[in-house]
Design a protein around this ligand. Structure first.
Ligand code: NAD
Length: 249
């Protein structure tokens, strides 16, 4: 039990086959009380109920400051503390540079980058008062290698922004014993591509992965467990690759 008695918020954790959902199950299995925060209230509540009793499902758009602060207030009311935040909510779009309209840019950047900032801002005062906390941010191998997987350049930019934001927060919040780390998953089998990844493209990507396969959501959840738990108390500002060796350099 690596998270016994801990309170963990995971954003974007209602998606049935998603990375956030796998994290929620894993954290609950390790003794945490988990708050699932997602766009749809019923989906978030159902996902929390699936974990067992004393977990919480809340609706919030992570890109909306008022919704974020209401949701985090509800968590503090209910549990009185916040030990871990996983900034997992994210969307992608397979667009080329010249196809990206302003509204596409806003959508993709808002969820990953603004959402990570707003959620972190909402939990930091509580973590500061506790003098402890772990924030885990979902970036992507697309940030490191300049896309070429599924998402367009705006997705790479959003996820590269997450890396910079996480490292800068790690530097600033270290004195408060708040750790901030990033995960950079490679190609993980979830619904994020909406069935739009062709077999040809998939086979091309697989050819460049030393482990020769896609990752699964559980493998990312296990890495998040490591960063959220006391197994990683001297790690902050790191980028942990979970990509089957796709980016050995
Ligand atoms: P997913 O589509 O299965 O789940 C994403 C979840 O985020 C959904 O439940 C969705 O409702 C929620 N969400 C979307 N916008 C939101 C918002 N504004 N506010 C709150 N919730 C919102 O995706 P996934 O594959 O599980 O991806 C999880 C994270 O991992 C994302 O940040 C993604 O960019 C990142 N990632 C995924 C892969 C991959 O190959 N699947 C690779 C690298 C990084």
């Amino acid at each position: 039990m690596l998270l016994e008695g801990k309170i963990a918020i995971i954003t974007g954790a209602a998606s049935q086959r998603g990375i956030g959902r796998a994290m929620a199950r894993t954290f609950a299995h390790h003794g945490a009380r988990v708050v699932i925060l997602d766009l749809d209230e019923k989906a978030a509540r159902d996902a929390a109920e699936d974990l067992g009793s004393d977990h919480l499902g809340l609706a919030a758009n992570v890109a909306d400051a008022a919704q974020v602060s209401r949701a985090v207030e509800a968590v503090i009311q209910r549990y009185g503390r916040i030990d871990a935040l996983v900034n997992n909510a994210g969307i992608t779009q397979p667009l080329k540079t010249l196809e990206i309209r302003g509204s596409d840019y806003d959508k993709v950047l808002d969820v990953s980058l603004r959402g990570t900032l707003l959620m972190s801002q909402a939990v930091i005062p509580t973590m500061r008062a506790q003098k402890s906390g772990s924030i885990v941010c979902l970036s992507s191998v697309s940030a490191q290698r300049g896309g070429g997987i599924f998402g367009g350049p705006h997705y790479s930019a959003a996820k590269a922004g997450v890396l910079g934001l996480a490292r800068a927060m790690a530097r600033e919040l270290g004195p408060d014993n708040i750790r901030v780390n990033s995960l950079t998953p490679g190609l993980i089998h979830t619904d994020i591509t909406g069935g739009l990844l062709s077999d040809e493209r998939l086979n091309g990507i697989l050819a460049g992965i030393p482990l020769g396969r896609m990752g699964n959501a559980q493998e990312v959840a296990d890495a998040a467990l490591f960063l959220a738990s006391d197994l990683s108390t001297y790690l902050t500002g790191i980028t942990l690759d979970v990509n089957g060796g796709m980016l050995i350099h």
